[in-house]
Ligand binder design. Structure first.
Ligand SMILES: [Zn+2]
Length: 423
């Protein structure tokens, strides 16, 4: 069905100016953007007083971890991971990951996020939450090596996910080796082959914490062939010049997660140095257990402010916006992150009366988007369908998710407590 978004202001991309324009959408794509589109038959949405921007792209999440929000707030990465997260993760199932992911997705849709890249376990639950909400998602089953049997099981789960969800319901499925310290080099070689065979993306955590530099090098990873694929590397906090050159040479995209890196005391990624070498930088929130909000507006603000340490002129508004828009589209090889003819109709609608956007002088709005995050957008569209509209989630058929999420959460915490007592 055709839709016409009429009388709104439009910001087509990070480097564009805001202009009054109409947007014609047919099926999943933008067919036309023009000053005034007449002679239209289909549904018209009056966007007077609204600003339409590209949907935000969050390139690193663990959606189901909203279940763990507020757990282990003051711990180092290794304690947080091995004492608080992994033992709870042993107790998960598809029901839990469904509701954990659902809550994360609803939070993101209300803030104009249209695409997420996820790595976790029990991904069938997450895939179902994606399907039922309509967000665009790049999903991976997190892969670590303990023994051959466990490894095979996780690879089989990835293949299951690929066969049942890839290229359906706005989902693409890739490979998610967790990190080189949980996934040894010969297993990364295997992933390099598999992702080539399935012609899909890879996402991995690299150099998140300082001690990882003692465990592996970027040359080791390069030798496995992994970087020959389309790779999104999360964090890259502790990279040096040599590592950055390897990322640039192999066109590896970096997902910068400043809040998570600050919260777990891991440091600040050298984003300006990476940009000097033309590394593609995108933005991620990481999971709700290490952030604890999935607010990409706030993430962009923090990312931008942190780079100002190097001088306020260094990191401009457009650079920040590119991280959440077209750099994400480029990383994922999709026509998203810009509003243009033939691009996906993935967009967010902002009410220009939002109090954070005063003065709503059009010359100031790009700055407001980066520095003055709003709490909620007016509407969010993915692939031509409204997935959030004026406080409602039009695609979601269930309304008792609040009760179900909390019931499962309290059961899980009870099991975790019992398990700890028995250990
Ligand atoms: Zn992560």
């Amino acid at each position: 069905m055709k839709k016409l978004l009429k009388n709104g202001y439009v910001l087509m991309s990070a480097d564009a100016d805001i202009k009054k324009m109409d947007i014609l959408i047919e099926d999943e794509k933008i067919m036309e953007i023009n000053d005034e589109i007449e002679n239209f038959s289909g549904k018209i949405y009056d966007m007077s007083g609204k600003l339409i921007i590209p949907g935000f792209i969050n390139t690193h999440t663990h959606l189901a971890m909203s279940l763990f929000r507020g757990i282990g707030d003051d711990l180092l990465l290794q304690d947080w991971l091995f004492n608080e997260m992994f033992p709870r993760e042993d107790l998960l199932n598809d029901d839990l990951t469904y509701y954990g992911s659902l809550i994360s997705i609803l939070e993101m849709l209300s803030k104009g996020v249209t695409t997420v890249v996820d790595m976790y376990l029990f991904m069938k639950g997450t895939a179902e939450a994606v399907k039922n909400t309509g967000i665009r998602a790049f999903l991976t089953r997190g892969l670590g090596y303990d023994n051959d049997e466990g490894w095979k099981k996780r690879i089989d789960e990835t293949i299951y996910l690929f066969e049942n969800y890839h290229d359906k319901y706005n989902i693409k499925v890739g490979f998610g080796p967790h990190a080189p310290y949980t996934c040894p080099m010969h297993k990364l070689e295997e992933i390099a082959e598999l992702s080539k065979k399935y012609n899909t993306f890879v996402t991995i955590h690299l150099y998140e914490s300082k001690n990882e530099r003692e465990l592996y090098t970027f040359e080791d990873i390069e030798k496995t062939g992994l970087f020959k694929n389309n790779v999104i590397a999360a964090h890259c906090v502790h990279v040096d010049e040599k590592d950055i050159k390897i990322l640039a040479k192999n066109e590896v995209t970096v997902s910068h997660n400043p809040s998570s890196n600050l919260k777990l005391g891991n440091g600040i990624a050298p984003i300006l140095k990476m940009l000097d070498h033309e590394v593609n930088i995108t933005l991620g929130t990481d999971g709700a257990a290490s952030n604890n909000t999935l607010n990409l507006w706030e993430e962009m603000r923090i990312a931008t402010l942190l780079q100002k340490m190097n001088g306020p002129e260094k990191f401009k508004t457009e650079e920040s916006l590119r991280m959440v828009w077209e750099n994400g589209g480029y990383a994922l090889n999709e026509k998203i992150g810009r509003l243009e003819e033939d691009y996906m109709a993935d967009l967010a609608v902002i009410d220009l009366k939002s109090i954070e956007l005063y003065p709503n002088d059009l010359n100031r709005i790009k700055s407001h988007i980066v520095y003055s995050p709003i709490n909620k957008v007016y509407a969010t569209m993915v692939g031509g369908e409204w997935v959030y509209y004026n406080g409602e989630y039009p695609k979601l058929k269930e309304n008792d998710y609040y009760e179900k999420f909390h019931k499962l959460y309290f059961e899980l915490e009870e099991k975790f407590k019992n398990k700890k007592e028995n250990d």
